[in-house]
Design a protein around this ligand. Structure first.
Ligand code: WT7
Length: 692
């Protein structure tokens, strides 16, 4: 069942357009409207040469796009380059003394750390020497990095890139067990971590997660030989967790032996993997999205330049975490490849109060700001007038991660941006490397709530379930796909190429043997509407993925965490609409027959199981212990019905269930004894569970 534009308009009416200021246009990197013509299909794929030419190549490539093993596409084949050289070395002559990274502690009394390109160069080289000569790592090895937002994180990543070591950065807020599972999947023998870090004013023990991760990995047969522990404070240890002799080493102590070391950047093939980034899908196991060296770097560099409008003279702040793809592409690799200055903030945006980001922006003179709708909603709710207290001077501001409601957009535009900043809403995914849809800030008008037109060289199509194209302007929603490959696209799922094909391409591929890219549309897993003005509005996931605060959680992952609690017979996780976080998970649990237990206790155990296997980010809003799950006659749990109840929607026809009577019991338990509620909900909620 799909919605018509009219139905969607209940929540999303067509919005007025806003124009960028001429002052912004005057200084912007991308102002030539002919760009879309240059990147039109008749110039594809050669148009992407323009992106690759932003990089310094050791060896220029011979073939722009190789489709001979479709859908495993290869970009800039024959080319060789090094990512750390492109992000550091090549800037030294002109920008050596300029700030590359400005790090801001969560503790407002702790001074900033400013890394110039010269210092970044020195520290990356020393760390590369340590990884090679002390940790024994070599080109092609994988390494897992479980670190908070500290300068040592990009230093470690760039040191890996210097040697062609494939890094897998796990979001610092993920649990030790989640980190362990990723160590196993990537086959890492080395874990890099940090002893502690600040979160909401507390110095957390992070080292303990390394012990849990190693134990989990070893229980699954993956031996971790070395745990390299950065110290949060150079002169003291911030974790009470003991170091394991022969396995755990403080990085700062070992680095002393490499003072002044220089490591020649290893010239890597364009198609060599640069990193893995795990993300959730419909099934339980996270997918290690493998990103390339040349195509990825070219794509993030060009999009940072054109959409975020980064110049070396700007003060750019992306408030995401480097543990997600946004941070990889738009804190580290894109901005540094452009010789930009990238601000990193350690802590919670609302700590100690909702004025914190604006204080940082004022003090550092941030003029480009990148954040998520969740953060905007939160900052607006807690401090609607806070931005007015500071001298803010943004020339452009970006959002990413979820649809932004026009109301939040307008606050961002007027109150944070003072009506002067160009705003872009960027739609893309972990799998994509960089932006797929966004307005071009100096060229296109802004339209609150719509991501905008496709990026240059990106050719979307919206298909119905049967592969029939839904034309732009028809007012109908469907599944958004991208027809042609682009350089930032991931190469495969680490260790699972079949899943790569099945998940992202099989749905609309008509000839599995085809070597033409035209036969392999990329299925993004999002519902979307293409308006008559060419702007695309993303409606949310069409699979069993819940987008919590702009981050993907797989319902199956959550459900299997619930099933680790011995009393639990069955678990079903559904998304509910949340004002601040977009969606949050709610859990339904059926207890094993005959087990006598306190439901409150089981609920608490379930919450803690989710926090231990995944992390606090996945904490459910509620855990509801129900007498039975609503099921089809073939025994499938009807998650759609549960999602309707949780979101106070009409649960529709339940006559085909094997136990329809339980639905009313659950409804009363959740909503009380009043009449059946019939709220409307966004499309992803309405469709939730349709596929399972
Ligand atoms: C999913 C990808 C890579 C960005 C961070 C999240 C949703 C992302 C938007 C946007 C509406 C968006 C989609 C997408 N999403 N950006 N501008 N408007 N929805 O990366 O964790 O891989 O999640 O986030 O549903 O599929 P991710």
């Amino acid at each position: 069942m799909r919605l018509s534009e009219a139905e969607i308009a209940v929540h999303w009416k067509e919005e007025a357009h806003f124009r960028p200021l001429s002052k912004f246009i005057g200084q912007a990197n991308l102002t030539d409207p002919a760009v879309m013509e240059r990147f039109s299909e008749k110039n594809y794929p050669e148009c992407f040469r323009e992106y690759a030419d932003l990089l310094t190549w050791d060896q220029y490539w011979t073939k722009t796009l190789d489709t001979s093993n479709a859908p495993f596409f290869k970009w800039f084949v024959g080319g060789k380059l090094n990512v750390s050289y492109n992000c550091i070395d090549r800037h030294l002559e002109k920008y050596g003394t300029k700030a590359a990274i400005v790090w801001v502690s969560e503790d407002e009394n702790e001074p900033d750390i400013v890394l110039t390109y010269n210092e970044l160069y020195a520290r990356v080289n020393e760390m590369a020497a340590l990884l090679r000569d002390f940790a024994g790592l070599k080109t092609g090895d994988r390494i897992t990095i479980h670190m908070p937002m500290v300068p040592e994180l990009p230093i470690t990543m760039l040191a890996c890139a210097r040697l062609g070591i494939i890094h897998s950065v796990v979001f610092g807020g993920f649990s030790g067990e989640a980190c362990g599972a990723r160590i196993v999947d990537s086959g890492s023998h080395v874990l890099v971590t940090m002893d502690g870090y600040y979160r909401s004013g507390k110095l957390l023990d992070h080292k303990i997660n390394a012990d849990i991760a190693v134990k989990k990995a070893e229980s699954e047969g993956q031996k971790v030989e070395k745990v390299l522990v950065w110290k949060r404070f150079h002169d003291k240890v911030s974790s009470p967790t003991a170091m394991v002799a022969g396995r755990d080493f403080f990085v700062q102590d070992e680095l002393k032996k490499f003072r002044g070391a220089r490591v020649a950047p290893v010239s890597m093939p364009a198609e060599a993997p640069l990193f893995l980034m795990y993300t959730s899908g419909s099934t339980g196991k996270p997918k290690g999205c493998q990103h390339s060296t040349g195509g990825y770097l070219a794509y993030v560099t060009a999009t940072s330049k054109w959409i975020q409008d980064i110049h070396p003279t700007d003060m750019y702040w992306c408030m995401a975490d480097i543990g997600w793809i946004t941070g990889h592409s738009y804190i580290v690799y894109g901005p540094l490849a452009l010789a930009g200055t990238s601000v990193m903030y350690e802590g919670v945006p609302t700590f100690p109060d909702a004025g914190r980001p604006w204080r940082i922006a004022e003090r550092l003179g941030v003029n480009i700001f990148h954040t998520s709708p969740t953060a905007i909603r939160m900052l607006r709710k807690l401090g609607p007038d806070e931005p007015n207290k500071y001298n803010l001077n943004f020339k452009c501001m970006t959002t990413v991660g979820e649809p932004i409601e026009p109301e939040a957009w307008l606050w961002y535009y007027h109150t944070v941006g003072r009506g002067k900043a160009a705003i872009t809403d960027t739609w893309w995914q972990t799998e994509n490397g960089g932006f797929l849809c966004s307005t071009k800030p100096a060229i296109d008008e802004m339209k609150p709530g719509s991501a905008g037109p496709p990026m240059p060289g990106i050719y979307p199509v919206i298909f119905d379930e049967h592969g029939k194209e839904i034309p732009a302007g028809s007012g109908k929603a469907g599944n958004i796909c991208i027809r042609a490959p682009w350089p930032g696209q991931f190469q495969t799922i680490w260790g699972d190429p079949d899943r790569f094909v099945k998940n992202y391409f099989a749905k609309y591929n008509k000839d599995p043997k085809s070597k033409r890219w035209q036969d392999w549309p990329y299925f993004a897993g999002d519902g979307a509407v293409w308006a008559a003005d060419g702007y695309i509005r993303i409606l949310g996931r069409v699979d069993d993925v819940i987008n919590v605060a702009g981050h993907r959680l797989g319902t199956k992952e959550l459900e299997s965490a619930c099933l680790t609690v011995p009393e639990v017979a069955e678990a079903a996780v559904v998304p509910i609409v949340d004002e601040e976080r977009g969606r949050v998970p709610e859990v339904y649990i059926a207890i094993k027959p005959g087990v006598k237990t306190d439901p409150k206790e089981v609920a608490a155990k379930v919450t803690s199981a989710i926090e231990t296997t995944i992390g606090k980010i996945a904490r459910p809003r509620a855990v509801r212990i129900v007498p039975d799950m609503p099921k089809t006659r073939s025994g499938k749990i009807m998650r759609r019905v549960l999602a309707s109840i949780s979101n106070h929607m009409d649960y529709g026809d339940i006559t085909t269930l094997s136990n329809p009577e339980v639905v009313e019991q659950i409804r009363v338990q959740v909503q009380g004894t009043g009449p059946v509620e019939k709220k409307t909900a966004p499309e992803d909620i309405r469709r939730f569970g349709e596929t399972t």
